[in-house]
Design a binder for this molecule. Structure first.
Ligand SMILES: NC(=O)c1ccc[n+]([C@@H]2O[C@H](COP(=O)([O-])OP(=O)(O)OC[C@H]3O[C@@H](n4cnc5c(N)ncnc54)[C@H](OP(=O)(O)O)[C@@H]3O)[C@@H](O)[C@H]2O)c1
Length: 240
């Protein structure tokens, strides 16, 4: 059987590194969107290899960024993909709600929310057209949306939870297994994790690796809030 590919948005970040570890361990090829060559080098250093990874430059914040990547895939200039993992974002600071300006709010939505929505809009039509029965689409969200710890970041996580609800419903009768991985721990890529005493991206990767291997998981939230959640996946239906 031909090797499958996962398209990763936010591939150069901590969670993107984790998705790459999971994909490579699951024998999938990786198509990683990067904003420039410096980011691509960060990605290779994060995961410790270049093997099995194709990078493509695109501006994930623009309406056409991921759409142009999908066009290149359609033309055969990039590998066809069957899976998508979105973990774009990472913007956070301690500004209180009262001090958030409209510019701040727009920036938070633009960086933490919109690239994930745009990636969904750009890739779902392609996955529907391909009609591969094993397709998956996975969104990583954060528990800050529930614990209210950081105004801008928490509010944008709330929007991502809702995006995942709608996407679970919209794909309930499609060939695409849409799921949300909800992370309640700090995860970092590379040696930085050990220095900071937080979970390694290569370890968190287990959640996505198991999700990929389980065709029964569809329309679900997989919570990773403690170490044990990687041994036995904590799965609940997003909408019942
Ligand atoms: N890490 C965690 O512990 C954690 C916990 C809970 C939830 N999450 C979820 O995962 C998401 C990503 O977290 P992370 O730790 O992986 O963040 P990160 O390391 O900062 O990575 C964010 C990704 O988004 C890209 N990005 C950010 N701003 C951009 C911009 N202006 N233009 C283009 N690309 C941009 C980054 O590209 P560059 O590399 O080029 O900057 C990178 O690929 C969070 O927003 C959240 O939803 C993470």
């Amino acid at each position: 059987m031909k090797m499958q590919t996962v398209l990763i948005v936010g591939a150069t970040g901590n969670i993107g590194a984790s998705a790459i570890h999971a994909a490579l361990r699951s024998k999938l090829h990786v198509l990683a969107i990067v904003r420039n060559q410096a980011s691509a080098e960060k990605l290779f250093s994060n995961v410790g290899t270049r093997e099995g990874i194709t990078t493509v430059e695109a501006d994930i914040l623009s309406d056409h960024g991921v759409k142009n990547v999908v066009e290149k895939v359609r033309k055969g200039e990039l590998p066809a993909f069957q899976h998508v993992y979105a973990a774009a974002g990472g913007l956070f600071d301690r500004t209180s709600i009262l001090d958030l300006t409209t510019d701040d709010i727009r920036k938070y939505m633009q960086v933490n929310f919109e690239p994930n929505l745009l990636a969904y809009q750009a890739t779902i039509p392609y996955l529907l057209e391909q009609n591969d029965p094993t397709s998956t689409w996975t969104l990583c969200t954060g528990a800050s949306g529930d614990n209210g710890s950081l105004a801008g970041a928490s509010i944008t996580q709330g929007a991502l939870f809702s995006l995942a609800n709608v996407a679970c419903l919209e794909n309930s009768n499609t060939n695409i297994r849409f799921n949300e991985i909800y992370l309640g721990l700090f995860v970092m890529a590379g040696a930085a994790a050990e220095q900071a005493g937080v979970m390694k991206a290569s370890e968190f990767a287990l959640a996505y690796e198991k999700l990929l291997a389980r065709p029964d998981i569809k329309g679900c939230r997989i919570k990773v809030c403690q170490q044990d959640d990687l041994t036995e996946l904590n799965i609940s239906k997003k909408l019942e």
